[in-house]
Design a protein around this ligand. Sequence first.
Ligand code: PA5
Length: 462
Amino acid sequence: MKTKNNKVCADIKVDISRAKSSAVGAEHGVTPAELTVIEGRVLAAHKILRKERRDAIYGFYDLYKDKAAFKAVKEAADHFSAFNYDNFVVLGIGGSALGITALQTALHPAYHNLVSQHERKGLPRLFVMDNIDPETFSDMMRVCPPGKTLYNVISKSGGTAETISQLMLVVDMLEKKVGAKAVKDHLVVTTSPKGKNAPKSLLHPVVSAYKLRSFEIPLNVGGRFSIFSPVGMFPAAMLGMDIDAMVAGCAAMDKQCSKASLLENPAYLRAALHYLMDTKKGKCISVMMPYADGLRDVADWYRQLWAESLGKRKSLDGDDVYTGQTPVKALGVTDQHSQVQLYTEGPNNKIFNILEVRRFGKTLRIPDVLTKVKELDYLRGKTMNKLMVAEVRGTLDALKNSKRPAIRIVLPQLNAYTLAQVLYMLEVETAMAGRLYNVNTFDQPGVEEGKQIARKLMGGRG
Ligand code: PA5
């Protein structure tokens, strides 16, 4: 695909060779026979998933095609950008927060919030408030003066107590500091649509009361699958991200992930491998370990997607099955000095997902200094980029030597296009994995139960 600057972007690649029996032995790696057996199940599940998509039961697949939603997002971003806000604050939790956090970490410079507005090219700082720690929230309100801040409250249900309590604090502050009439210049709502069959969102009356701009989260899209809806795309547009390149990345990955094939569909292949690893090889933990700081929060986003979608008590047939692989996030190389000892010598109960970026946005040469220390000759004149490659290879080979299966996801570069490909693939993979586990991928009764108990404890209706 060609970007706005006419640069050609290559696609991401998935390499499963290190998860095969030929690499780590049949006890820990998948055998050709196991892949042949699972292929039939994958193809049968593919038919069901395609039908669910055609019938619009689950809408995440087609979010990137929603031209009207993208137009509205861009228009609103243009409107609000004229206000020149210093801060953009997301009020939301879980699927309403993790997506934009992953986008921000991946697509903006590491210290975006710390540099001047000039260096940020006029873009606002981003604060994602996904907790109700009173100290953090107070501090956020102090460092983000209301007059210079745009808030985006995001809640599909419009009833999550944590998010609503944040909103109440913000509305109170805005009323006091900018006045009730100006609240509309500082607050945007993203929630489920109004409608006969839609559950009532407590955010609808807030929209009416202050005449706020609002975005809809389609009813057939769950929170953790909503990154390409206005949940992720409005903040992305406000932060100057290339959402057209994300659409292109989704489209390219959709093409690959629509194939009725185990080996040619990267999402299906990864889903099948994870399922086999868990159910046949005792790999009850899935570690995602990107070797790039920019991808750190993709691992966090994936953690929710995998855990909430597949961690289920009941099967689709109503039996108690208690499924789900525990997702763990790690960061290369940082966690080589924290986790890799466990990973290579501890229990062999993990499948590793190693994310690599082939070409970083910057090259950093290690200078010719400390020349008296001969032992450092091997580093002098090399690049940090090269050292990173060596470290990834070191971990991959150490894992292989200790018979730990790993799947590589290789991004030619980290940008909006390749990032969208990774995220889209992981979503389709999760949908397929849910089918293989025979559970409802898209509900979260365990989360809802906790929410209701907390609401009751606060004197609400539960
Ligand atoms: O994936 C999910 O559905 C959940 O993690 C939700 O995103 C989370 O519980 C927040 O819910 P809501 O968007 O309704 O406030």
